[in-house]
Design a protein around this ligand. Structure first.
Ligand code: PLP
Ligand code: ZN
Length: 482
């Protein structure tokens, strides 16, 4: 089989409700269960047919596809059979998502923490966050539906902490045609870069006073009463696409995940759901023989999942939404994660195979998140605040004795540093509003310095200006003549 051969295997996908167990066909766009309002998972009823191919054969197929020149197989659909094997080649949207690198921390950073860390830079996706993985799958499925039903118009809607809307707007503007994109954002609660993205992609941007959870309620009301395609992570197609993160981790480490710990920030909990689901699929097909350990990480300002799992006895656990307060990990600042039932579903399966400790949730402070992000980036990483959160989580795990010296901590930097640069500025300027509870380490503060004033420049000839400026630089840096 050559790598450029588009797969002929087709699965039989069904929505499966985690609330009431009801099943629905996938030739309709369902967002939540019409019967009970529960969240869906997508199940491939023909998954077992994939077991006729051995784990070794699958590994070879996926490795061969890594060299494919076919765009439909170059991104997340390299793992076509494991994700949405109901799509045809012509439906698949590829904007360069997926295949993000895993970058090991420098020896000096590892020496400073006593950990062995590496970042998977999901900020190196086209709209600079992992959300592109889910959108690539969601929009590919929409393409298939539009083709099948001959729709001439469909409105895609999402509420967002910033990155979902950036990704949705990008994919919608590429696909165009029948698709028109609307995004609903909490007013003043997304970074300037995240606001600029959907605007630049030409989406209709609507703002709502309040936080993400308020936007979510509005969007769900729309979905319940009008014909719109909701692209929030309750949309099960997004979860499928995001499973590619797990597949790529496994492939990067040559399908050997022994002694690997995967750290993931939890907001709406779609990402961690997808990552667990992905590893479980690989394990079921014998593509990997050992599951990695998964650590979810939450800020003390938005920690409902942490609180649930902090109760040791599963029978005593009770899920309660929390009221969030200001968080630098703004994309994860969610008090009532919609995918919580999915987390519980997959965490149970994960523990059934990997044992207790296969899935855990850690809590870190806002201070630790910011200090960790600054430290990572001063050592050659490109972590966003959520990447600071996962790094802080790894340090916390070490402090609690949960990771051993021979384990590698793979940290999810879910977005690019540049999207969250305002928090870096607040750190360097010591200008965090009190509610964040962050006091910068001013030894790390980094600011530009003006070496000559505009007035001085005015008063000097061109030659004098160059010489004086250079002399000022020499004086500041204490340079010696060669
Ligand atoms: C959406 C998002 C998260 C949170 O992911 P969930 O799937 O909602 O848990 C974390 N980081 C970034 C950068 C995000 O955009
Ligand atoms: Zn249901």
């Amino acid at each position: 089989m050559t790598a450029d051969f588009f797969p002929t295997y087709r699965g039989r996908m069904e929505y499966f409700c985690l609330g009431c167990g009801k099943r629905y066909p996938t030739d309709e766009l369902y967002y939540t269960c019409p019967e009970c309002g529960g969240v869906f998972l997508l199940e491939n009823l023909a998954f077992d047919e994939l077991k006729q191919t051995t784990g070794q054969e699958w590994r070879s197929i996926f490795d061969a596809r890594a060299a494919s020149k076919k765009t439909a197989l170059r991104g997340i659909f390299r793992f076509y059979e494991l994700m949405a094997p109901v799509l045809d080649e012509e439906d698949i949207v590829y904007l360069g998502e997926g295949n993000t690198p895993i970058v090991e921390s420098s020896p000096s950073l590892n020496a400073a923490t006593g950990l062995c860390t590496a970042y998977k830079n999901d900020g190196q996706n086209p709209s600079a966050s992992f959300k592109d993985r889910g959108m690539a799958c969601g929009f590919s499925y929409l393409n298939a539906l539009i083709r099948k039903h001959g729709w001439d118009q469909i409105l895609t809607v999402c509420a967002s902490t910033g990155d979902t809307s950036a990704a949705a707007a990008l994919y919608a503007s590429y696909v165009g045609g029948a698709i028109k994109s609307v995004v609903i954002l909490p007013h003043g609660k997304v970074t300037p870069a995240q606001l600029a993205q959907p605007l630049g992609s030409g989406a209709i941007v609507l703002e709502v006073p309040g936080v993400f959870d308020d936007c979510m309620k509005v969007v769900e009301h729309l979905a319940d009463n009008y014909r719109v395609a909701l692209l929030n992570s309750k949309n099960a197609w997004r979860i499928l696409g995001q499973e590619s993160y797990a597949f790529e981790c496994a492939q990067w480490f040559d399908w050997d995940l022994k002694d690997k710990c995967i750290f993931v920030p939890i907001g709406n909990a779609g990402n961690i759901t997808a990552i667990m689901a992905g590893f479980l699929k690989l394990h079921e097909l014998g593509i990997i023989h050992e599951l990695p350990r998964i650590f979810g990480v939450q800020s003390h300002h938005a920690d409902p999942v942490y609180r649930y799992y902090a109760v040791d006895d599963p029978k005593e656990r009770q899920y309660e939404p929390v009221e969030v307060t200001a968080s630098v990990a703004q994309a994860a600042m969610i008090g009532n994660p919609v995918s919580f039932p999915r987390v519980r579903h997959f965490a149970e399966k994960f523990e059934a195979i990997g044992g207790k400790g296969a899935f855990q949730v850690l809590q870190v402070t806002e201070q630790q998140i910011m200090d960790s992000m600054i430290q990572a980036n001063m050592n050659g990483h490109i972590a966003c605040t959520q990447g600071g959160e996962t790094f802080a989580g790894a340090k916390r795990a070490k402090e609690l004795g949960l990771v051993s010296d021979n384990e590698m901590c793979v940290l999810d930097s879910t977005a690019h540093q540049l999207k969250f640069v305002d928090f870096q500025t607040m750190y360097f300027d010591n200008s965090f509003p009190a509610e964040f509870e962050v006091t910068p380490d001013m030894a790390l503060a980094n600011k530009p310095e003006l070496v000559i004033t505009p007035e001085e420049k005015q008063s000097l000839s061109a030659d004098e200006y160059t010489r004086t400026t250079a002399e000022n630089v020499v004086a500041k840096l204490g340079l010696e003549k060669k």
